[in-house]
Ligand binder design. Structure first.
Ligand code: NAD
Length: 331
């Protein structure tokens, strides 16, 4: 039975992942989260007393707490979701993106290596305990931006454009280095934009739904023609599940929903769904360094591991809108 350390599990994707895993497996899940502005334990209210689940408030940069957690729970799997994740915030204040996203990942790698390597004092040893794995949850933003054609494959050169994506790229390279240098068993997943329940309202889809419902202005960057490849969060959870169980040691897997949409298309769809007026749209100055288009080539994870997204964009967005409507109604 696995003992999984999920970091950043009180955030959007991590909290969906924990609920997904508890519903499916008998694994023990230890959620280590600093509870920054982005972490919310209410996301996990339904499982807080689940016998397989433990929450620990802590920072992935804090090696002492990491050691205690590895020791106390005999961790054999790390799934690192913890990160500063908002591009706009990284433009205004990059430093915490570097300390959490890069140094925090490195601290986790060090402690995993220490607890899992069978001869941790031997710099040449690549002998690890059985069935241990470190999964880094990364982003397609490490590849930079696309023109009107083409897709990101795992071979696309890394060319991050924002402080956020540069920090995630650095973390990916550190994870790769720990695999190449020390033999640490790893996988890296790079997903496109997620949407679904429990996302912070600073992000595009929840922001537009909540503002629209309350007849507030809907701020749209530039011409709104930035294209993202939207992935329903439950489909992302199933992809991580498959990488955990079937991922080949050392490999990177792209995860995308095959749903390319311009931001303005999504805003108009939400307006129409909530029967509001497009006059709410407020075009504002574009974000500096705003990537124009992201789109993922899923071939590797679909053909080699057998993963496929289950939700169409129409289904996923309807479920998301319904979920936020319920939350607003209960406030
Ligand atoms: P989020 O911002 O909703 O959640 C991040 C969580 O990490 C929060 O609970 C926060 O409290 C916690 N955290 C932050 N700093 C920490 C620290 N130092 N120690 C411990 N916990 C800390 O993020 P998300 O949208 O759930 O994203 C999860 C991961 O997926 C991130 O690594 C992100 O880069 C990646 N990702 C997200 C998307 C997306 O569309 N949301 C797309 C691609 C990749």
């Amino acid at each position: 039975m696995k003992q999984i350390l999920v970091t950043g599990g009180a955030g959007f994707i991590g909290s969906n992942f924990i609920q997904y895993m508890l519903a499916k497996y008998a694994y023990k899940i230890i959620n280590l989260d600093l509870l920054t502005y982005a972490g919310n334990l209410e996301n996990l209210a339904e499982v807080e007393n689940h016998p397989q689940y433990t929450f620990i408030k802590g920072d992935i940069r804090d090696r002492e707490i990491l050691e205690k957690v590895f020791e106390a729970y005999q961790i054999d799997t790390v799934i690192n979701f913890a990160a500063e994740s908002h591009v706009d915030r990284s433009i205004d204040d990059p430093e915490v993106f570097l300390t959490t996203n890069i140094l925090g990942t490195q601290a986790l790698l060090d402690i995993a290596k220490k607890y899992w390597n069978l001869e941790a004092d031997n710099r040449y040893s690549k002998a690890y305990k059985n069935d241990v794995k470190f999964i880094q949850i990364s982003t397609d933003e490490v590849y930079g931006t696309l023109g009107t054609t083409g897709l990101f494959t795992e071979e696309t050169p890394l060319a991050p454009n924002s402080p956020y994506s540069a920090s995630k790229t650095s973390a990916d390279l550190m994870v790769r280095a720990y695999h190449e240098t020390y033999g640490l068993p790893i996988n890296i997943t790079r997903c496109s934009n997620n949407y679904g329940p429990y996302q912070h309202t600073e992000k595009l889809i929840p922001l537009m739904i909540t503002h629209c419902k309350q007849d507030k202005k809907l701020p749209v960057y530039g011409d709104g023609m930035q294209i993202r490849d939207w992935l329903y969060v439950e489909d992302h959870c199933s992809a991580i599940d498959i990488v955990l169980h079937k991922g080949i040691n050392g490999e990177v897997y792209n995860v995308g929903g095959n749903n390319e949409k311009a931001n303005i298309e999504i805003v108009k769809l939400i307006i129409s769904n909530l029967h509001k007026s497009e006059e709410l749209i407020d075009y504002v100055a574009d974000r500096p360094g705003h990537d124009r288009r992201y789109a993922i080539d899923n071939t590797k994870i679909t053909s080699e591991l057998g993963w496929a997204p289950k939700y169409s964009f129409e289904e996923g967005i309807q479920q998301t809108i319904d979920w936020y409507m319920k939350i607003i109604a209960n406030e």
